[in-house]
Design a protein around this ligand. Sequence first.
Ligand code: SF4
Length: 295
Amino acid sequence: MLPTRFSIASAQCGKPHHSFSTIVSSDRDQFERLLSDVRRFLSQQQEVYGDLLFPGTQPAHSRSDAGDGGNVTKKGDGTSEEELFPDIPASRAPGSVRTEFPKEDWVGTEDLEALNHMICTCLKCSLGQTRTKFVFGVGNPQADLVLVGEAPGADEDAQGEPFVGRAGQLLNKILEAIRFRREDVYICNILKCRPPNNRDPLPEEVNLCEPYLWKQLELIKPKLILCLGRIAAQSLLKTTESLSSLRGKVHDYRGIKLMVTYHPAALLRNPNWKRPAWEDVQKVRKLYDELTTNR
Ligand code: SF4
């Protein structure tokens, strides 16, 4: 539409054709820059406020760091979750969220490495077909603090390790700032395989993969979980509450205390959040010290 509008304006102004092209090109560049700024702003706001920012919409299905503009599906257009995955019960329906372990061999294992070995060929959801590497988790198998993100990204998928790349480096610095080394804690994600284009995990994928996280936690027996990012927090706590309302509180996840802060990738996009994130991790350290002092 823009070229047509500017074409009329140009004709009225009687500008020669090469000037018109320059004007159109320059205005379009400005328009695209403005659009990009608006998109970035909305993405940052949604990271914090989640669905409260867009009341009446479904939870976002595209990680805001992916920048692919969302992937929300609607009923009746052939792309709803139920229509795409007719054999899998919709986990959003009340009572359909999995709370018990499936009846499978790996559930009985008592060793973290053995668990990794038993589940690393998983194909329960479609992400098993598209992953490069299964991303189980790394760190101290007896850690008192476990960090949980939502899913592997491109770097993690390539290397088979969670939180590598720029976000991982920032996470290491955050840990150092509260006197942890990366190897002191355990780091993993809810999903063990990368969603294509870094989209958000689908509820069905969380429902299928989350029991692996439960088993990891059962074996590690941490005192505290730090949940990284809104999507991970909402997925674990089964809530649509905003990140801002989830931060600063101590939640319960299967009997383990859980706190929430920003995803390091979000901090890279918006350095203004580093201050509140710093406050979050100070509280995490304080609670960790209280929980581990009288062991
Ligand atoms: S994401 Fe989880 S459930 Fe899906 S294939 Fe990977 S390990 Fe299996």
